[in-house]
Write a new protein. Structure first.
Length: 429
């Protein structure tokens, strides 16, 4: 095991994540722009995002089970090979003037499927590559890299490349995923020896049994359930508000498209700064307090955006929201990796993320309806209020004392204490 996040294995995983995130960021801009050359129907273009998110609702549990059964390195590599194939197919279709919406839906459903595999495997793999005390720093670097590649560098690059040559962003994207495969090859195998007795063989019945074990573990943990409710609420509000942010900018604030880009960049800049200081914040603020404070600040930021006082004030609220959200994300991911047994990490993470990611769909629909019937700012007011109420609702579980106890129990589980007591009593004279 590498003793620090600077260890060779982690640096290779970090680099592989960066190259694949860059490819993801390129596709964020290139995919809808390419779709716009096929159709101008906004519903059909939005269907690309739906296709990419859908696997988290229908395949995430299976991906988590596979990540816990198989060599996590090979699962991550397989995910990137799927992405390589998808982007290569798009590049060939563009060169052959054969792009159609069914192809785009199929490719991005495959990309979304690969995401469920890669995220399940990598989140379970990371705790075996770094020392326990370094998990927070490692997650901070990974999350900050995600923001830089997905929100800063990738989208502008995707738009520029598509304007230069329609196939270019997909050729570059396939190259990025291929580079990730190569980097992962350099990391030692991530085979996990199952601790569960008499595990079912790799079959439909065996996978179903594995999924059930992970789902039960997730449901039996009040901490994980509460964290997933917080994440689901935040994601629903994000979908409800950011989905209509362009309307807030143009119709309410009355700014140009350039200012809209500034709003988006402000959130990303705030997130990058948050990622850089998350470790220090966690050192002087107890975890329960950190979760409560970041929840309330994010809620206040969303309500502040809805007030639409001025473009500059809205930019400040966007930056604050990005700042606190990434700080919370880093610490919550780290906590999840600390309290979930590693042999169950893939399945439990899949259950957790199914709840969290599934909320995007609900939030998007709800935000549109509230904005339609009560006005655009109302969606922001309702979202911020929901986040604040959720922050206080989970406080009996996500408070400093309870979370410290959960972390202590995870570090010294009952079975190990029992085994230690048996050994001591057996060796006593």
């Amino acid at each position: 095991m590498d003793p620090t996040p600077g260890g060779r294995a982690f640096r290779k995983l970090w680099a592989a994540t960066a190259t694949s995130n860059l490819s993801d960021g390129v596709s964020l801009a290139a995919a809808p722009l390419l779709a716009a050359t096929v159709t101008h129907d906004p519903a059909l273009i939005a269907g690309i995002t739906v296709a990419q998110r859908a696997p988290w609702l229908v395949l995430a549990f299976m991906s988590g089970a596979l990540a816990d059964r198989l060599d996590r390195k090979r699962v991550a590599q397989a995910a990137n090979w799927i992405r390589v194939a998808g982007f290569a197919a798009l590049a060939v279709a563009v060169l052959g003037d054969a792009v159609g919406m069914p192809l785009l839906y199929a490719v991005f459903f495959a990309i979304g499927t690969a995401e469920t595999l890669y995220d399940s495997a990598s989140s379970a793999w990371l705790p075996t590559l770094v020392a326990p005390d370094d998990l927070g720093r490692a997650n901070g670097r990974l999350q900050t890299t995600f923001v830089v590649c997905n929100e800063f560098v990738g989208p502008p690059m995707g738009g520029f490349l598509l304007a230069s040559a329609a196939a270019a962003p997909f050729v570059l994207g396939a190259g990025g995923y291929l580079a990730a495969v190569g980097l992962l090859t350099l990391i030692p195998s991530a085979t996990r020896h199952r601790k569960e007795p008499a595990a079912e063989p790799l079959s439909v019945r065996g996978i179903a049994a594995d999924i059930a074990v992970g789902a039960r573990w997730y449901w039996s943990s009040p901490t994980l359930r509460s964290l997933s409710i917080v994440a689901a609420t935040g994601n629903a509000v994000s979908a409800a508000t950011y989905g209509i942010l362009v309307l807030l900018a143009t119709d309410v604030l009355g700014v140009t498209s350039g200012w809209y880009g500034v709003l988006l960049a402000a959130g990303a800049i705030g997130a990058v700064v948050g990622g850089l200081v998350a470790g220090k914040v966690g050192e002087w603020m107890p975890l329960g307090t950190l979760i409560l404070v970041t929840n309330l600040l994010s809620a206040g930021s969303v309500i502040g955006m809805g007030l639409a006082i001025s473009p500059a004030v809205t930019v400040a609220f966007m930056a604050l929201d990005g700042f606190v959200v990434l700080i919370q994300t880093i610490h919550v991911v780290t906590l999840r990796q600390q309290i979930v047994p590693n042999e169950l990490m893939g399945r439990v993470t899949a259950a957790y993320r199914s709840v969290a990611v599934g909320a995007f769909t609900v939030g998007g629909v709800a935000g549109g309806l509230v904005a339609k019937f009560f006005g655009i700012p109302a969606a922001f007011y309702a979202g911020g209020t929901a986040m604040a109420l959720t922050a206080f609702a989970v406080l009996p579980v996500l408070n400093d004392k309870r979370l410290a106890q959960v972390k202590e129990e995870a570090a010294d589980p009952p079975e190990s204490r029992q085994a230690e007591g048996t050994t001591r009593s057996g060796s006593a004279p």
